[in-house]
Design a protein around this ligand. Structure first.
Ligand code: ARG
Length: 442
């Protein structure tokens, strides 16, 4: 029974929140005259001593005492005697754990938000250094149109901004205090729920006692936000893996962030990027796992809910590690513009510019221009030359009205610079966005 029932091995991570909740509760009980001032003071003092024991690593958590709540209460009794038993007046472990866990998740939201911001800042600096660095932009992983590396970095800055926003909203939504809901129905004692809620930094007490002890959507909210952020991190991890292969060579990881092979001396493996990519599985798995635990539960509390913590702890640990690893990796990375440029030259990336020129200068409908450009690309391909190197006569054989001005739009620079539409890849647009994010992230 102890083996399956005890949660202290993992829920001891709630000790800090549990002590904060208990101190707020004891103070409230005394203020409302439910326990005496003297008892309230003794309880709070005892809890503070326990806090110091835990901080110093002297506290012995015992499995036989099941969970963090009973471990702390038991220690309090050892310290101050039977008065400790008054702490559990007008509460239950059900509202206690729900409160502790909300506080913990609130802290995790703040850490995720901060970690995301650091990563955004690293990406922003890369973007600023590479607002003009041309690389191939891809669709279907085929070279599509040239973009700049700065523009690519800013795409992730945008994604991570939305991720931050999800954590901010998660922290706001969860900020109602379950304490005082007691086991499930509320309590006959004349408690002041607003007092405890305020003391713990909540916006107010949760309005429905059943919901207060049964709800774990705050944990799902966190895990959903974490899963989406992890998905973004994983895409970036995947790009780092691809871009550090010799075939691409767009990036070179520092020695600190690459590993060797035990048998192949030439290897520089992007293990951290791969693990970031992989850990998204664990994080999404945590969401799916906990949603599955909760979906079949009749109201209010059931012990199934004890399984909420490992899912969130595991996801939070993974997410925070991934954010730190990604920020470390990218602040240490070497960008190789020559390789990016070489790749950008392959695959006729200015074919769209050719079509656009026909639309603009010859008033040809875009669909037809697309066809013309396609036929010209075919000739360039057959001759083994880039579009900018294809003789005018070859182009005129496809469309007689094309003249030498066409060469102005066929270079990579011309193509990138032309994409000046708001949010486009032109260096001037990229610099505008960099200025925007500098303001936002300062
Ligand atoms: N360790 C328990 C949990 O995490 C605390 C609540 C126990 N409540 C109960 N009625 N047995 O869910």
């Amino acid at each position: 029974m102890e083996e399956i029932n005890a949660s202290v091995d993992f829920d001891k991570r709630l000790a800090h929140e549990d002590l904060a909740g208990s101190k707020a509760h004891a103070r409230m009980l005394a203020a409302c005259g439910i326990i005496s001032e003297a008892d309230g003071t003794a309880i709070v003092r005892g809890l503070e001593e326990i806090e110091a024991e835990i901080a110093a690593g002297h506290f012995e958590f015992k499995r036989s005492l099941e969970d963090v709540h009973l471990n702390i209460e038991n220690r309090l009794a050892e310290k101050i005697g039977p008065v400790a038993g008054r702490l559990h007046t007008a509460r239950s472990r059900n509202d206690q754990v729900a409160t502790d866990f909300r506080l913990w998740v609130r802290g995790a939201c703040d850490r995720a938000t901060a970690g995301l911001k650091v990563l955004q800042q690293v990406l922003l600096e890369l973007a600023a250094a590479h607002a003009d660095t041309i690389m191939p932009g891809f669709t279907h992983m085929q070279p599509a149109q040239p973009v700049t590396f700065g523009h690519h970095c800013l795409a992730y800055v945008e994604m991570f901004a939305r991720d931050r926003d999800r954590f901010v909203h998660c922290a706001r939504r969860l900020n109602e205090c379950p304490l005082g809901a007691a086991a499930l129905a509320g309590t006959p004692y004349p408690i002041d729920r607003t007092m405890t809620a305020t003391a713990l930094g909540f916006d107010g007490p949760a309005r429905n006692s059943l919901d207060a002890v049964a709800a774990r959507d705050f944990a799902l909210d966190y895990l959903a936000a974490a899963a989406i952020a992890a998905t973004h991190l994983s895409r970036l991890g995947e790009e780092i893996v691809i871009w550090t292969t010799p075939g691409f060579g767009f990036l070179r990881l520092s020695d600190a962030f690459s590993t060797g092979s035990s048998i192949m001396p030439q290897k520089r493996n992007p293990d951290a990027a791969e693990l970031v990519r992989a850990k998204s599985g664990r994080i999404l798995g945590s969401f799916v796992g906990l949603a599955t635990v909760i979906k079949g539960l009749a109201l209010a509390y059931a012990k199934d809910l004890q399984e909420d913590k490992e899912a969130v702890f595991s996801a939070a640990d993974a997410l925070e590690l991934c954010l730190a690893a990604m920020a470390g990796m990218l602040s240490d990375v070497t960008v190789v513009p020559e390789q990016m440029r070489k790749a950008a030259e392959a695959g006729f990336p200015t074919a769209t510019d050719l079509a656009d020129w026909c639309v603009r200068e010859l008033s040809i409908p875009f669909r037809e221009a697309h066809h013309i450009a396609g036929a010209i690309v075919k000739r360039a391909e057959e001759m083994g030359v880039a579009l900018a190197e294809l003789p005018l006569s070859q182009m005129q054989a496809v469309e007689a009205r094309i003249d030498a001005r066409i060469y102005d739009v066929l270079t990579l620079e011309a193509s990138v610079t032309a994409r000046r539409s708001f949010g486009g890849s032109a260096p001037e647009q990229v610099r505008n966005q960099i200025a925007y994010w500098r303001g936002k992230l300062s």
